[in-house]
Design a protein around this ligand. Structure first.
Ligand code: G16
Length: 548
């Protein structure tokens, strides 16, 4: 593509997607995320970047997902998906940020510079898959993405409304047809098909009930489960609520993030004691479970619980397969409850790695193991299997002793049910339901594995959240000066106290996490640390209150 053809890059920008704001925007934890009204030019430019990225990857397909996931309805966002279905390579985040912030007048020259810098062969074909969530602002942004792809003569394929993990899956399949068929139907066939195959071999017994209530967060995940529900042949009875409609707003008082952070059940369902409920988030990439007891007390079964459930089950299957040489490890972030980490290392005897927030960090750390289970406490996670692990298990399924073959076949279906590209609420739901069914367990049995330390999360608005910097997988605060010392002093006053702060990469806030031996202490510690952030990091608005 001769440099003169870059003129169209400017023409599209000026005529259709002009930059109308000077607010600086950064590629954060999961792409660009802000008010939808500020994003059109950003999404157009990411269409350009996706084409350049595809050409850098020899024409392999790149994904673009229009979503703000757990954020409320007025926000939106865009993230790029790399050819293996994983998040955009981190070294390109700075390039994305540069392209998003340059003026319209400099767009053509900056695009040219980037093409040169990354050495993209603009003569190659380029392919971009585009998906979106259910936000009313998404179609307009998806159109901007298509224009970006067209401006650099790439081929865009639109998937319409899909969950984020479905798009990751389709990108992976398009570039590696051994993984599956790159369509929504292909996704159902692989994941739901594997679930049904396993169910035919596992009798329902013990306290396991095939009824599962699911909060769809008024987003895309619930809508897709509604399609899947009809194909389950009674293997699982999904009772879906918060499916959009009836005035329900996306992620508002419902969904995985609301449930996990507020530690409250979602609106939209009548709660029956001990009923197992799962909450998805707005774009279907996170899931948490919970139940209420007969005192209406909520018991959370979050990402840490899902990780321990899956890790312990896979370990059991590996033992039955007699494949102990495969190394299984677990990856968490600083948000993981201290009790879960103790349980994993001391009871399950599984090694744990702690990394920074963001599935991109967890995913990469998990690849270091033969079998890597990674989950953020907020319910975002999956399991990744190395080729060595898959080949070993396949061999046992074909050549092992009868009992080993049985366990290995089950594990192969378990792998097929897993969306290895990224955390996926739908895939995770089927994995969890499989383990509970195999063990004859109800939600209480699952919860009994260990006792969480009470915890609390808060948000603090500050002038510039990037004034907070961190180290040691976000467990230490390195700026502003004096904040970590203050946190250490506060933590020292509480039994089992632990607290950290970090700037969010998806919302304009600083997040505060605290845990301690009682809920009262965790609440107080979180509030005190929030006050310290407010005082030392330029808080805006009302000073956070201490609990009464
Ligand atoms: C995204 C990321 C997650 C992260 C979450 C919150 O989730 O994919 O890895 O935990 O944001 O990030 P932060 O604390 O930086 O705001 P989602 O579900 O919103 O895409």
């Amino acid at each position: 593509m001769p440099p003169s053809s870059l003129r169209v890059v400017y023409a599209f920008a000026r005529e259709m997607h002009p930059k109308t704001t000077d607010i600086f925007i950064e590629y954060g934890t999961a792409g660009f995320r802000t008010k939808a009204s500020l994003l059109e030019h950003v999404v157009y430019r990411m269409g350009l970047l996706a084409v350049i990225r595809s050409r850098c990857k020899n024409g392999r397909t790149i994904g673009m997902m229009i979503t703000a996931s757990h954020n409320l309805e007025p926000d939106n966002g865009v993230k790029l998906i790399d050819p293996d279905g994983e998040m955009l390579e981190q070294s390109w985040e700075e390039i994305a940020t540069r392209l998003a912030n340059v003026s319209d007048n400099d767009l053509e020259s900056t695009t040219g510079q980037i093409i040169k810098e990354v050495n993209a062969d603009m003569g190659l074909k380029a392919s971009v898959f585009i998906g979106m969530d259910t936000r009313y602002t998404s179609p307009r942004l998806a159109a901007a993405a298509v224009h970006g792809v067209m401006a650099l003569k790439g081929t865009a394929r639109e998937f319409g409304i899909v969950t984020t993990p479905m798009l990751h899956y389709c990108v992976k399949c398009r570039n590696d047809n051994t993984y599956g068929t790159p369509t929504e139907e292909g996704y159902y066939e692989k994941i739901v098909g594997a679930f049904k195959r396993i169910r035919q071999t596992l009798p329902v017994y013990g306290k396991y009930s095939t009824t599962l209530h699911v909060d769809g967060a008024n987003g895309v995940g619930g809508k897709k489960l509604n399609i899947i529900k009809k194909t389950l042949d009674g293997e699982l009875d999904l009772v879906l609520f918060n499916l959009g409609g009836n005035g329900g707003k996306l992620n508002l008082n419902c969904g995985a993030d609301f449930v996990k952070v507020s530690q409250k059940p979602p609106v939209g369902v009548e709660h029956v004691p001990f009923q197992r409920v799962a909450s998805l988030d707005g774009d279907g990439d996170r899931i948490v479970y919970y139940y209420l007891d007969d005192n209406n007390r909520m018991h959370m079964l979050d990402g840490d619980r899902i990780a321990t459930l899956l890790a312990s089950y896979i370990t059991e299957l590996l033992k039955s397969c007699a494949a102990p040489s495969l190394a299984l490890g677990l990856v968490q972030t600083a948000y993981a409850n201290g009790a879960s980490t103790n349980y994993i290392t001391q009871q399950l005897k599984v090694p744990v790695t702690c990394v920074k927030t963001g599935v991109k960090h967890l995913h990469h750390a998990a690849l270091a193991y033969d079998i890597g289970v990674y989950f953020e406490a907020n319910g975002h996670g999956t399991v990744v299997y190395s080729n060595n692990a898959k080949n070993t298990i396949k061999k046992i399924a074909e050549e092992g002793e009868p009992e080993q073959r049985k366990a290995a076949s089950l594990l192969l279906n378990f792998i097929d049910m897993t969306n290895e590209t990224v955390g996926d609420a739908i895939s995770d739901l089927f994995l969890v339901e499989t383990v509970l069914c195999a063990r004859g367990h109800d939600a209480r049995d699952w919860h009994a594995a260990y006792t969480d330390l009470p915890c609390r999360q808060l948000k603090v608005a500050v002038q510039d959240r990037n004034a907070i910097t961190t180290a040691d997988a976000e467990r230490q605060c390195t700026a502003p000066e004096g904040l970590q010392t203050r946190i250490d002093e506060l933590v020292a006053e509480y039994k089992d106290g632990r607290s950290f702060v970090r700037p969010s990469g998806t919302e304009d806030v600083v997040r505060v996490y605290a845990e301690a031996d009682t809920q009262e202490s965790a609440d107080k510690l979180a509030a005190q640390v929030a006050q310290a952030v407010f005082d030392l990091a330029g808080g805006v608005g009302d000073r956070p209150e201490l609990p009464a």
